[in-house]
Design a protein around this ligand. Structure first.
Ligand code: FAD
Ligand code: FES
Length: 341
């Protein structure tokens, strides 16, 4: 048995155990969302009428006062009656790609840097997504789901590319993606998800961009940068890739090629824990600090941050110091699944 959720006059059926966000996204109705784990608060909505079960919504994302005021996290809440809801962000205001479940086939597993793998997945049919979005993989034989960003541009819709970093003791990484995953394996994929996306092409004025990725946080930035440069080949794009040491860098050839074709594109590899090998000229320190050193004012730029939560928070501060408007700062945090309160 299920119930109906209505937003802005559009109704969807929600199965008993289906998060409200999942029902809207599957129906192709856009709702702001980022982590889908209850940690970011992006999907907060107001329950105008009806009952919801907040499930495991963490208290630091949805406070008691907010619950009392009728707020809920769409990615966690289940309906307990028919309900009318209002999103606290824009709903249905932009084109969206319906959330879908597909069975993918592993086409390639390659070690591309220290503890870092590229996994290419073939799909039985194209999956529409915006560059920068992510998918969820179900760990075989479990109910566990883990998120991985797409490194693709939107026209690469039948072969999805993921960059995965090994987490010691991790169920998905050490236990599966780095142990036994083989070409030909079948994987359950759900997507696309997230709002780490460029403005629609007709609204994209080609303004300057700064992007900072930590580790495999480079993945979605590669989709965003290539799309942004294809739209406006001369635009100014400054991309920092922060890693611990030179062995963690990857896709250097692809990035060098982009810099050759696009004079406004600058790629800056940054090593935080190890010295730069002789002759490489790599810079050392934190990419968020180097951005503050390099750029006197970024007023009017858009800013893009992806990777470990602490790096993303440091990046927000750095961007604000250099006068980026808060609404122009976009972020994707690789929050661990068990950070859920
Ligand atoms: P788990 O079994 O979940 O964790 C094992 C232990 O390690 C836990 O104690 C956990 O707290 C800790 N842990 C987990 N992650 C880290 C970490 N990074 N550093 C230190 N300790 C950690 N990862 C990628 O590699 N590439 C991506 O493109 C990517 N995209 C993501 C997009 C989103 C929106 C989100 C929310 C996360 C993304 N992640 C990405 C992280 C990914 O979803 C998993 O959390 C990660 O692979 C670890 O999963 P696991 O099952 O191996 O570890
Ligand atoms: Fe729901 Fe992040 S809290 S998408």
């Amino acid at each position: 048995m299920g119930f109906t959720a209505t937003v802005g006059g559009r109704s969807v059926d929600c199965a008993e155990d289906q998060p409200v966000l999942d029902a809207f996204l599957r129906a192709g109705i856009w709702m702001p969302n980022s982590c889908n784990q209850g940690t970011c608060g992006t999907c907060k909505l107001r329950v105008v009428s009806g009952e919801v079960d907040h499930r495991s919504s963490p208290a630091d994302t949805l406070t008691d006062d907010e619950r009392a005021a009728g707020l809920a996290l769409a990615c966690q809440a289940r309906l307990r009656s028919d309900a009318v809801v209002e999103s606290t962000g824009a709903v249905g205001g932009r084109a969206t790609h319906p959330l879908r479940d597909l069975t993918a086939t592993v086409l390639e597993v390659a070690d591309i840097a220290r503890d870092t793998r590229r996994v290419r997945l073939g799909l039985p049919e194209p999956l529409a997504f915006d560059p920068g979005q992510y998918i969820e993989l179900t760990v075989p034989g479990t109910d566990l789901r883990r998120q991985y960003s797409l490194a693709n541009t939107a026209d690469e819709d039948k072969v999805l590319e993921l960059h995965v970093r090994l987490v010691s003791g991790g169920a998905a990484t050490e236990g599966w993606l780095f142990d036994g995953l083989a070409v030909g394996d079948r994987i359950e994929v759900t997507g696309p998800l997230g709002d780490f996306v460029l403005p629609a092409a007709e609204e994209d004025d080609g303004g300057p961009m700064v992007l900072i990725g930590g580790g495999t946080g480079l993945a979605p930035l590669l989709g965003l940068v290539r799309t942004a440069l294809a739209r406006h080949p001369q635009r100014e794009v400054l991309l920092y890739h922060g890693v611990r040491g030179a062995e963690d860098l990857y896709d250097l050839d692809l990035l060098a090629e982009l810099a050759e074709v696009h004079p406004g594109f600058t790629f800056v590899p940054v090593l935080s824990h190890e010295p730069a090998p002789d002759g490489t000229g790599y810079r050392t320190g934190l990419p968020t600090d180097l951005f503050v050193d390099d750029v006197a004012s970024a007023r009017g730029w858009s800013g893009w941050l992806c990777g470990p939560p602490a790096m993303v928070e440091a990046g927000v501060k750095a961007f604000k110091r250099r006068r980026l408007a808060p609404r122009m700062i976009h972020r994707e945090k690789f929050t661990p699944a068990d950070a859920l309160g």
